[in-house]
Design a binder for this molecule. Structure first.
Ligand code: BGC
Length: 524
């Protein structure tokens, strides 16, 4: 199969120790980081469909909505300032993730988490107390900085704390907690708009983000630093002690020596890790680090996550029905993520990429067809949408969300994280996070305007992109299942296309052996 080409059977290493309660606690910490991030994704769409919120902060949108009868359905919510409310967070997160990369490296993972939680908490409180649109936007920017720090440091923290055999599962648990955060936000929006009157409804929704932020900030005070980070900062005795603690055994020499060796290789690299990323031999990794998160966002998933309530209310369902539809897609999103948690290591990354891609293509195209058939090019429908029509549309959206949840959602984070050799891993990860945030921002910012101009063609465009990315995976993404993270670099040498970039490169073997020799304790 083109691009598949996996064959190397590699002997797995054995380290002493278990999955301790201490490490499980760190899982919980990641969980709240994911919930915090997901809550933000899910909350804005519901809040911006609440009339009290629109009337107070975006009166022009509010009045436009009042006159829907004479307007195109496609353009009802087209307001740059309203969109800025949603997307400012991602722009702030993009910038913050680069700053966080430095803090995480020099001060440790824990400080980034603490900082992220605290800044996020301030943002949530500012949003809940907002009396002017500037307070709202500033609050969103603070939330974004918090998100940038958190998504940069938390997954790193957990994957360093976890025994390597559990790293894959923990990685998808982070995605699972993102989906749970989105669902909680959908539910909070639904109940607050139904049972709370006036301004308090959106204040409760926006202020709710403070809960996971508080939990993660408090945990930041109690959890300890990872052994890897301590070694990076040359606190060797402390690092060994910490490794014993998290593995629950005294003899941790084998793992400790490997951590030291990896750190030595990484320190032996000259020049900046950012410049290294641009070297020809890292071209396959760099291309995937940019394209995978980019494609993940260009599926159009966040159009559903951010704007589902607006989409439904602009298509003519009532506000409650619109918010309820968001809850339904939220439940489908969480439930389908379990397929990934259990399936990633069983069926392989490529299989899930492909099956997910084909299902997404079919249903994104169906959404385009259904919206086009109902509203045509003018955006004005003669008759209101029937209940059956809305149910069919919602079902198509749910099938699309479900396929995304078990494929590109977890894989968009997992695959890039397992293809970088250690020397460029942290800078590579920062690129992945930044591209993800940039495209999340771009899609959020452009969606309402694009809907107004491209109409149902926008969904057809997303469908075409899904086709392109599925073909891309087919030809350019090798299978990484069952390959230890430090061995994945060998895949490129066997790949029909990428081999020309890496074939003559023996630098990695050389570096690795040199480091081991230099350290003096590791046989080749
Ligand atoms: C994506 C988010 C998306 C979420 C949906 C994540 O993997 O990065 O942009 O909203 O999945 O569950």
């Amino acid at each position: 199969m083109a691009g598949g080409g996996l064959s190397s059977s590699v002997s797995k290493k054995e380290y002493n120790g278990n999955l301790t309660c201490y490490v499980l606690l760190t899982c919980l910490v990641t969980g709240f980081g994911g919930i915090m991030f997901g809550y933000d994704i899910g909350i804005s769409g519901g809040v911006t469909s609440m009339p009290a919120f629109l009337e107070k902060f975006f009166p022009s949108v509010y009045h436009q909505e009042e006159m829907v009868q004479s307007n195109s359905q496609y353009c009802k919510f087209n307001s740059q300032s309203l969109t800025m409310f949603t997307s400012s967070l991602y722009l702030a997160a993009l910038v913050a993730s680069f700053v966080a990369a430095r803090v995480t490296k020099s001060l440790g993972r824990r400080w980034s988490m603490l900082l992220g939680g605290t800044i996020f908490l301030c943002g949530a409180l500012l949003n809940a107390a907002a009396i002017h649109v500037s307070m709202l936007i500033l609050g969103r920017v603070l939330l974004g900085i918090g998100v940038g720090f958190s998504i940069q440091s938390i997954p790193l923290y957990v994957s360093e704390m976890a025994p390597y055999k559990h790293r894959g599962a923990l990685n998808s648990i982070f995605q699972l907690s993102i989906t749970i955060g989105i669902l909680i936000a959908n539910l909070v929006n639904f109940f607050s708009s139904k049972y709370i009157k006036g301004d308090n409804a959106w204040r409760v929704s926006l202020g709710g983000a403070a809960v996971p932020a508080l939990i993660i900030t408090l945990s930041g005070f109690f959890v300890c630093e990872t052994p890897n980070s301590l070694i990076e900062r040359e606190e060797y005795a402390k690092a060994r002690q910490q490794l014993r603690r998290i593995r629950g055994v005294y003899d941790v020499d084998a793992e400790f020596d490997d951590l030291m060796a990896a750190s030595l290789v990484s320190k032996s690299m000259t020049g900046s890790p950012w410049a290294s990323l641009l070297k020809r031999k890292y071209r396959p990794q760099l291309v995937l680090a940019v394209l995978i998160p980019m494609f993940q966002q260009l599926t159009g998933i966040n159009v559903v996550m951010f704007y589902a309530p607006e989409l439904f209310s602009s298509l003519g369902s009532g506000q409650n029905v619109a918010l309820m539809s968001a809850v339904v897609t939220g439940i489908v999103n969480v439930a389908s993520t379990f397929i990934a948690v259990f399936g990633l290591d069983k069926f392989g990354r490529r299989r899930l990429f492909q099956v997910g891609g084909i299902i997404m293509l079919i249903f994104q195209a169906s959404v385009a067809g259904l919206i086009g058939a109902k509203f045509g090019w003018t955006g004005v429908s003669e008759t209101p949408m029937t209940k059956l029509y809305s149910i069919i549309l919602l079902t198509c959206i749910c099938c699309f969300v479900s396929a995304f949840a078990f494929s590109w959602a977890p894989l968009g984070w997992l695959v890039p994280s397992e293809i970088f050799p250690l020397e460029i891993r942290s800078s590579g990860q920062a690129v992945v996070a930044a591209v993800n945030m940039l495209l999340t921002f771009a899609v959020a910012q452009a969606f309402l305007t694009s809907l107004c101009h491209l109409k149902y063609g926008l969904f057809a465009m997303f469908a075409v992109i899904v086709l392109v990315m599925t073909l891309f995976v087919q030809f350019f993404v090798p299978e990484t299942k069952d390959i230890p993270i430090e061995e994945t670099w060998k895949l490129w040498r066997k790949h029909w296309y990428w081999k020309k970039f890496v074939q003559e490169d023996h630098h990695h073997d050389h570096d690795h052996h040199r480091a081991v020799d230099h350290f003096g304790r590791f046989p080749n």
